[in-house]
Design a protein. Structure first.
Ligand code: ADP
Length: 427
């Protein structure tokens, strides 16, 4: 049995590729015969989930908290959601960009406690949830499981597994794979915060970290991702090339390259795309569905629908270039915005869909006023529009400074959009 623990799971909650993978990979593993569960926070009142009425108590910081599990069973996967006000209270009814903080790039002050709670609940779920929807498996998952922890938010999971369970003879055979989706986000906090985690002092070396930055404090810090890498059984990354990048030096490894070199990295496995969700022949968000034989006409029609949707002149002979992604330096959205005047010397249209840094969102929103005939910027997280863009655009531009995997290129290939990476743009 495999148990994915993550802060995002599509279609319930997603801000990027992490959500896509935790949404799409488990059904593929289930189809191969594995018993698979995902555990994520219950940020909203997900209508398709039911209240299991199973409660567990976990100690988070200096408080005992009661969490409740919600569940649904879809495409062979047990989807489990951890219900606690630390998640629901903050995010209910709001957009995906608020999963981690009040604004992009700002953490909620209690994020460490929120994610400790998620990991502690996740370690209880396989033992306490009696799940019987599958025709092949029934009962609790039990102790002989593999946890897949994803990114820094779940890096404390192997630590709790050791300190609270294995030490007491529970989960003796359980293993943890720690998957790095993006090493740029590590969870660096003041060293004194180690106390919040309720871990034995012996774990301190795994968290201990010194960097050259002054935020959040000067000097020694704790680094969650470092602990995840150190304490797990195996490290995974989201593409084979990313493994090489991460160990190549402090710049690409964002100062964890040494830690990674000390721990033999297992294979990087390319992120898959959920081919049920991303299928132009059945996509519920696109007007004209298509396959390899109907692609040419259908895409021309979808382009006109897309142009009308965003208010650009409708003409399928005009090349349409799109960008979909977080508005951050990583994604090169600043490079793109700066380059737009040059693009528009040609007879092309540009549509930029993204959320992120405030300044870039503001620049996006000015595009229509500046270039009414050629450009639109939409500062929203809009999944239906993203699908329409893949179905109708000619090119998807990927000016990323680095890209651990990049799902948009995969989505582009699946829909017949030519993906244009950074190097081509620089040339
Ligand atoms: P990352 O995980 O670094 O954010 P990826 O390219 O791997 O980047 O995955 C991003 C995912 O989020 C893709 O599924 C993409 O279609 C989706 N996405 C990104 N921004 C938006 C947006 N503003 N609206 C809708 N979907 C978006």
């Amino acid at each position: 049995p495999i148990i994915f623990v993550a802060t995002e799971v599509h279609p319930w909650c997603k801000t990027g590729g992490l959500g896509d993978v935790v949404g799409g990979l488990p059904p593929a593993l289930a189809a191969m015969g594995h018993r698979v569960m995902t555990i994520a926070p219950r940020y909203d009142q997900y209508k398709d989930t039911w209240d299991t009425n199973v409660l567990v108590e976990v100690i988070v910081g200096d408080r005992t908290e009661t969490v409740r599990f919600f569940h649904c069973y879809k495409r062979g996967v047990d989807r489990v959601f951890v219900d606690h006000p630390m998640f629901l209270e903050k995010v209910w009814g709001k957009t995906g960009s608020k999963l981690y903080g009040p604004t992009t790039g700002t953490d909620f002050r209690d994020n460490q406690l929120r994610f400790c709670l998620l990991c502690l609940a996740a370690l209880e779920a396989p033992r306490v949830l009696n799940l019987n929807n599958s025709e092949y498996f029934s009962g609790p998952y039990g102790e002989n499981v593999v946890f897949v922890a994803n990114d820094w938010h779940t890096a404390v999971l192997p630590c709790y597994l050791k300190s609270m369970y294995k030490q007491n003879g529970i989960y003796e055979n359980a293993k943890v794979a720690f998957c790095i989706h993006n090493i740029a986000y590590q969870g660096r906090f003041p060293r004194a915060d180690f106390e919040l985690l309720n871990l034995p002092e012996s774990f301190m070396p795994s968290f201990d970290f010194v960097d050259g930055h002054v935020k959040p404090v000067v000097g020694r810090k704790i680094n969650w991702m470092k602990a995840g890498i150190t304490e797990c059984d195996v490290v995974l990354t989201v593409s084979p090339h990313y493994v090489k990048e991460l160990t190549s030096g402090p710049e690409k490894g964002v100062e964890l390259d040494g830690v990674l070199r000390a721990k033999p990295l297992e294979t990087g496995i390319v992120n898959g795309m959920d081919v049920v969700d991303w299928n132009p022949a059945t996509d519920k968000y696109i007007s004209v569905k298509y396959n390899a034989t109907t692609v040419a006409e259908a895409r021309a029609l979808n382009k006109e629908i897309l142009q009308a949707e965003v208010g650009l002149p409708v003409d399928s002979s005009i090349p349409v270039i799109v960008f979909i992604g977080r508005l951050e330096e990583q994604k090169g959205s600043d490079i793109l915005i700066a380059a737009i005047p040059e693009f528009l010397e040609e007879n092309v249209q540009i549509i930029v869909l993204g959320t992120g840094k405030k300044k870039m969102e503001e620049e996006l929103m000015l595009l229509e006023a500046k270039y009414p005939q050629n450009a639109r910027g939409i500062a929203k997280f809009n999944v239906p529009l993203a699908h329409m863009m893949f179905a109708g655009a000619d090119f998807i531009i990927v000016p990323s400074r680095f890209e651990p995997c990049g799902l948009i290129q995969l989505q582009g290939m699946r829909y017949g959009v030519v993906s244009v990476p950074t190097r081509s743009i620089r040339r």
